[in-house]
Design a protein around this ligand. Structure first.
Ligand code: ATP
Length: 386
């Protein structure tokens, strides 16, 4: 199923105010992970402008992975990282914040498989990160990654963030997706897509998995009565799951729920309907994400390569063996993606030689990437959940 939506910008744009907020001060942005000491100096003078505003930083290019929630964007970014020297920049507007790791389905450190991630759980929730703010932060990270001769891969479901980062002419006051399609970076744009029926099943199942992993406990621990009573949500509190379970915990004390485990019939009914609401809202999110990607293609003219992961998801839902599911992933998603990325990296800037890791082309990375591009299969890439 495809719906038609207006190609409008984010409803949650905070805009210029947030871009100028203390949130964007690198000191305030104390990072909690080992990539926290990433240098933010950019080539071309450090004017403080996002790369691309002055045309600098275009030369090496960026890989962008788009797609609805639950399609396998994170897995693809990690799989690409097995063959190319990448660093990933998260572009999910909930996952940029610290906390609610299960609710926002953040990748664990183990799932990152040693691939360096940026803007993943780095920010405190005291100021919302607007698309303009993301543009500013992410462009600095791109410059830093490129200065290390590595390949930046932007991956995540917030298309308002990706649009803000990539659009040459970005107007924060009117963030409608339109225009001449000019991009800030030489780019390889990949879209992991899953047919609607399969996606809905996958998303419903993922919500059940998240509940089993402790999502409701996480929501109970983070419950805030005044927020719930006022119904005012900012930043990560907008994550699907928070408002839905606030209603439940307003009626049933989270402490009692956590400690006694007592559940009346009425509670069970309300709990079930909160989970159902999460499933419904996740579908709405996915539908809007797909519609926005279609807008990036049709209205902004972005040249996005669609990778169809429907069969992968179908197989997994039908309980087909893991190995077979992985082979389907390699055939329909990974191999074509690797071929595109391989060509993209090899071409380098302006068709010239790439400077992505001079050591890269004489390494195993290159060999395996070339094998992939040639359809050699057998990447030996580890399995990750998505
Ligand atoms: P919009 O214009 O609708 O804000 P967007 O592209 O800027 O779109 P999305 O990533 O589509 O942003 O997020 C829209 C909303 O979906 C978020 O405000 C949040 O409620 C929910 N959402 C997005 N990502 C997640 C996530 N990882 N976990 C939970 N909820 C999420």
């Amino acid at each position: 199923m495809r719906i038609m939506v207006e190609c409008s910008g984010s409803r949650s744009v905070v805009g210029l105010a947030a871009a100028a907020s203390p949130m964007l001060n690198m000191e305030t942005l104390r990072q909690k992970h080992r990539f926290s000491k990433v240098t933010t100096t950019r080539r071309g003078g450090g004017s403080g402008l996002p790369v691309g505003d002055d045309g600098g930083g275009e030369e090496e290019g960026v890989v962008v992975i788009l797609g609805a929630t639950g399609t396998g964007k994170s897995k693809l970014s990690i799989d690409i990282g097995k063959s190319f020297p990448v660093e990933v920049i998260n572009s999910d507007k909930m996952q940029v914040y610290d906390g609610y790791d299960i609710t926002t389905n953040k990748m664990t450190v183990a799932e990152r498989r040693g691939v360096l991630h940026h803007l993943l759980g780095e920010l405190e929730n005291d100021v919302e990160l607007s698309p303009l703010g993301f543009r500013s932060l992410a462009s600095r990270r791109i410059a830093a990654i490129q200065s290390r001769k590595r390949l930046p891969v932007v991956a995540g479901g917030s298309n308002s963030y990706v649009h803000a980062l990539m659009a040459k002419k970005y107007d924060a006051e009117n963030a409608n997706i339109a225009g001449d399609g000019g991009l800030n970076y030489r780019s390889c744009l990949l879209w992991v897509d899953v047919g609607w029926e399969a996606l809905v099943m996958q998303l419903d199942r993922r919500v059940d998995d998240m509940v089993a992993m402790g999502m409701v406990e996480e929501l109970a621990v983070n419950f805030n009565r005044s927020r719930a009573e006022q119904g005012i949500y900012k930043g990560i509190e907008k994550a699907i799951g928070v408002p839905e379970f606030d209603k439940f915990f307003l009626n049933h004390s989270p402490n009692t729920w956590l400690t006694t485990g007592n559940c009346t019939k009425k509670m069970k009914k309300e709990y079930k309907s909160a989970v159902e609401e999460i499933k419904l809202n996740t579908r709405v999110l996915a539908r809007n994400q797909v519609a926005k990607i279609e807008c990036l293609i049709s209205a902004a003219g972005w040249n996005i390569r669609r990778l169809d992961a429907t069969e992968v998801v179908r197989k997994r839902i039908n309980g087909v063996q893991k190995k077979e599911v992985e082979m389907e992933w390699e055939r329909t998603v990974l191999r074509p993606a690797m071929a595109d990325v391989g060509n993209f990296v090899r071409r380098g800037s302006n068709g010239g030689a790439s400077s992505v890791g001079s050591e890269f082309w004489s390494s195993n990375y290159a060999l395996s990437a070339m094998k992939q591009a040639a359809g050699g299969g057998g990447s030996g890439v580890a399995h990750q959940k998505f």
